[in-house]
Design a protein around this ligand. Sequence first.
Ligand code: ADP
Length: 412
Amino acid sequence: MTPKPTPAQDRSRVLTINGGSSSIKFALYQTGDPPRRGLQGKIDRIGLPGTSLAFHDPAGNQRETQAIAAGDRVVASQFLYDWLAKRIGFDAIGAIGHRIVNGGARYYEPQPVTEALLDELRHISGYAPEHLPAEIAMIDLFNERMPRLPQVACFDTAFHRNMPRVAKILPIPRRYQADGVERYGFHGLSYAFLMEELARVAGAEAALGKIVLAHLGNGASLAAVRDGKGIDTSMGFTPAAGVPMSTRSGDLDPGLVSYFAHTENMTAQQFHIMINHESGLLGVSETSSDLRDLLEREGTDIRAADAVAMFCYQVKKWIGAFAAALGGIDTLVFAGGIGENSAEIRSRICEGLDFLGIRFDEMRNTAGGPVISADASRAKVRIIHTDEDAVIARAVFRILDATETLQATPPP
Ligand code: ADP
């Protein structure tokens, strides 16, 4: 079937969809430079009791929360579709932009979703079983229900695409490289935003320096950037690598796979679940994946104290590693839910980094930045509020502008 052009759609507005493993965030953007965000919302606790959709008006005021019948991601996606159809109507948007975790070795730059792209994503969905199948299902749902509405894929790997080969190679038998097994790195949409914002607030020269970006949220990673280009990052072939996260382990001794296979008969799937859902802050604390809870309890619960200390220590280690890779640090940026909101964690991470030229200013840190290093500090430490959705929206508007008659994927 040949797709028809989409004259009914209002090309001045786009919808962004950012689906995580247990949440789906969405936002409406109006064209502009930068694009202006309108309504935004989130479905939370997918697959858990108490799934709900909450949305905010453009000023960020919460307008409504709606409970959603218990169910999996498919139920949540269908609920979101119906809710959006009623609330904004799909004629009112020109395209949908999706955050896609990985496009493999073939897809990096934002681009319209085509059948060939979907085929490739299905083919590599094992690269990111926590994310890709859900993201593909969401695109399929819109394709099925709104076959003429264009969709755009924005990949979290693009920022790291040109990392030097030495940073990309994984030290396993070489033949796997040919199958695309290498370090991809993620949080690339966030890193792209942070670099643009850094250039805006600190100037083009600062953005060309030796920079370490720390995106610390439920998922956490760091990136080393020089001359505006990503040269290394802590996540790897999957987003489970690098620093410990809320429920992901981060880097582990690879010997554990066979050890647990022998001692516990642990299967690959059980290992996968353990390192993605039962490890990190949750695994070590045995009580919570949320640093706020752990900071509250660390005085009375050694497990909480261990989890917090481990997180700060490992992030500090990665900053040191990237300082070595970059030959020093000019700017360190904190972002993400933890990086933007927790003065305590920022302070502990930066403790003892004077040798890198970082002179931390506790007063500025407690005040929330934006600069949290002392005036005399050789390296500047900043907090930047990141916004992946804005990067997606900009990419979609760019593609809409460039392709007068951008067409939707024909239904299979
Ligand atoms: P995601 O990776 O899901 O997008 P976010 O970047 O929104 O996550 O970060 C959410 C996490 O940020 C929460 O789980 C919580 O641990 C952490 N967080 C938010 N505010 C604070 C705070 N004030 N102190 C410590 N941690 C915080």
